[in-house]
Design a protein around this ligand. Structure first.
Ligand SMILES: Nc1ncnc2c1ncn2[C@@H]1O[C@H](COP(=O)(O)OP(=O)(O)OP(=O)(O)O)[C@@H](O)[C@H]1O
Length: 269
């Protein structure tokens, strides 16, 4: 399982210095800029248990990718704790990362390799033996239905096949936890259905799936638990049914709209 406690990530961004506007008008100077810290992820706490699918929902810029990149070990948190199957990231990041299969939102694969060659490369990176790699590839081919294109060059695959190859790359070392950033984004119904079915089956196998999406209807039927974030903060978390009940709404889209507008915040989507 994965436990996240008081997680924060701040970035420095460059903004226009409004206090300099008088200068600009008077002397026709370019407005000065200044550096400012802002919290992209603000004090996030939740957990995802064995056999659970947890959906991270939120509009553009909510902080979903930043959160998942920290959980995937790509970004270092500014503060807070991440614990994966008993391994604390701050104390033993490598052990924690071995438990995770992380799919980033903009995964780029090596175009000139075939999925089989890609999976072999990643198996080697995880220090698996040749025999283990071959066995795992055979499993992954079955799970992701890749027989037809396992030896084709990645540059010749369709979008859906490429996404299946990207997910296959996350499975090669048999992790216990999957962290997927928008795995069904831009896919047609057939390709997204196969990925949704994959997540459902892995849940049955006792795996933990943590994934982000904009598709609230998809999350509503798939997820055991929802973590809704807006402007870096959790605005609600719980089962889809409990969130609807607490807000007297009938779907997750309305839950989000109601909670965000109660806070008087503009919705960016
Ligand atoms: N490396 C960075 N440096 C500065 N700001 C960043 C960086 N990465 C993300 N941000 C900012 O942090 C905020 C959260 O971004 P993030 O990509 O995590 O949101 P998101 O919920 O994944 O959005 P989307 O759904 O559009 O992908 C945004 O304001 C973004 O501009």
């Amino acid at each position: 399982m994965i436990q996240v406690n008081n997680l924060c990530k701040s970035f420095t961004r460059v903004v226009k210095d409004k206090s300099d506007s008088k200068n600009k008008i008077l002397k026709n100077k370019k407005l000065k800029t200044k550096k400012e810290e802002f919290l992209a992820v603000n004090n996030i706490t939740f957990n995802a248990d064995k056999g659970e699918i947890v959906g991270i929902l939120g509009p553009n810029g909510a902080g979903k990718t930043t959160l998942l990149r920290m959980l995937g070990g790509i970004l270092t948190p500014t503060s807070g704790d991440i614990c994966v199957s008993g391994h604390n990231y701050a104390l033993d990041k490598n052990a924690a990362k071995k438990e995770i299969g992380y799919l980033s939102g903009n995964t780029k694969l090596y175009n000139r390799l075939s999925p089989r060659e890609l999976l072999t490369t990643f198996g080697n990176l995880y220090e698996m033996s040749n025999e283990e790699i071959e066995k795992s590839i055979e499993e992954v081919i079955k799970v992701m239905d890749m027989e037809k294109f396992i030896d084709n060059r990645i540059e010749n695959l369709s979008t859906g096949q490429t996404q299946r190859a990207s997910i296959a790359r996350c499975l090669i070392h048999s992790p216990k936890i999957y962290i997927f950033d928008e795995p069904t984004l831009g896919l047609d119904v057939i390709s997204s259905k196969s990925i949704i079915e994959f997540m459902k089956n892995e849940k049955k196998n006792g795996k933990t799936v943590l994934y982000s999406t904009h598709y609230m209807e998809e999350a509503e039927t798939l997820c055991d638990k929802i973590v809704m974030i807006h402007q870096g903060e959790i605005i609600a978390s719980g089962t889809p049914d409990s969130l609807k009940e607490e807000t007297s709404t009938t779907n997750l889209r309305d839950v989000f709209i109601k909670l965000a507008s109660e806070r008087g915040e503009l919705i960016e989507d």
